[in-house]
Write a protein that binds this ligand. Structure first.
Ligand code: UFG
Length: 326
């Protein structure tokens, strides 16, 4: 049985959906529902039934009950807070949940001899890029508590492998975008801080102005460059990672991106095209902590995991817009 923590959230739910559709593995989703949605769980259950437990990683007893009651043999761990800016203002929240919560989970895995985990890591572990595209050997100097918690967990995973043989695949996501192409589930954060949902919210509501942060970067049009990877492609990367763990029983880390960067203005252009709307835009000063350019060198994932990103930015915007309209 596969335990999916944070399976009611944006990325977790899309990976759960893929596993429900493409495997016959038993699944248990564990989510506090603080940011995840029960409506998402219900939607997923209509695809194929699975177990759902409401609980909190910060509460070791919730984990004890979980591991006692279910025969878990591998874990995909998504549950985490994800807002960089909030992590700077309230690091305690991030260290308690993303770090201590994860240590609670790893220790419980050891107690029950569960030795395989796929961990949601992030491009934020690299900090300010020294070069792009970024490969996995790029220096790891996270510049905010969010990125630090993810990097610390990666380090702990290394130590737990050496000492206890716990095998992990760390997937370092770049900018994840889009929704289920059948429009059953999608992205809904509150507050929403991500670029594409924010542009599309302005497309859906002509009163709402889209706020662009910074047009004075040293990029081709002055706005930040990001590597937008489609959520369904990202979900496939997790399936590949699980297979790799089962087959090779080896720990490793992989960048999950597309090798292509798009500026904020380019993304805005794609959104106007896909929605056929003229979207109101206001240029604001730079947002604190935004690196100029983040693009993944994903060669390693292609070679070792045999994974490829196949969907375009256009696909991500189209599916995200279908979801927003619904
Ligand atoms: N942006 C805007 N306006 C908005 C939202 C974003 O101009 O309303 C710009 C940002 O300034 C940035 C780019 O769009 O230049 C992308 O911003 P996102 O917030 O969508 O994504 P980030 O690159 O900041 O964040 C991504 C993930 C986060 C993760 C972070 C770690 O989406 O979940 O990387 O580095 F925490």
């Amino acid at each position: 049985m596969i335990l999916i923590t944070g399976g009611a959230g944006y990325i977790g739910s899309h990976v759960t959906l893929k596993l429900l559709e493409e495997s016959n593995q038993k699944i248990i989703v564990f989510d506090s529902l603080e940011n995840g949605h029960i409506s998402t769980v219900e939607k997923l259950k209509s695809v194929r039934d699975f177990d759902f437990v409401k609980g909190d990683l910060k509460n070791p007893n919730d984990l004890e009950v979980l591991f006692q009651n279910f025969d878990i043999d591998s874990v995909i761990h998504f549950a985490a807070y994800i807002r960089v800016e909030e992590s700077v203002q309230n690091p305690r929240k991030y260290y308690s949940n993303n770090l201590v919560g994860t240590i609670n989970l790893l220790n419980k895995m050891l107690d029950y001899s569960v030795k395989k985990i796929v961990f949601s890591s992030t491009a934020a572990v690299y900090g300010e890029p020294k070069y792009v595209p970024i490969d996995e050997n790029h220096p790891k100097q996270p510049i905010n508590p969010y990125g630090k918690t993810k990097f610390m967990v990666e380090e702990i995973l290394d130590d737990y492998d050496k000492a206890y043989g716990l095998k992990s695949i760390r997937l370092r996501y770049f900018n994840v975008a889009g929704a289920d192409s059948k429009n059953r589930i999608g992205e809904s954060h509150d507050p929403e801080t991500h670029l594409i949902p924010n542009i599309l919210a302005s497309a859906a509501n002509s009163e709402k102005v889209f706020n662009l942060f910074g047009n004075d970067y040293a990029t081709r049009d002055g706005t930040c460059v990001r590597d937008y990877v489609n959520i369904e492609d990202l979900a496939s990367a997790h399936i590949s990672a699980l297979k790799y763990l089962d087959k090779e029983n080896k720990s490793d880390c992989f960048n999950i991106g597309t090798k292509n960067g798009n500026t904020v203005k380019e993304v805005f252009g794609v959104c106007e095209k896909v929605t056929s709307k003229k979207i109101k835009i206001r240029v604001n000063p730079r947002r604190d902590g935004d690196p100029e350019s983040l693009v993944a060198d994903n060669t390693k994932a292609e070679k070792v995991l045999n994974w490829k990103s196949s969907m375009t930015l256009n696909d991500s915007v189209r599916t995200a817009y279908n979801w927003i309209k619904k």
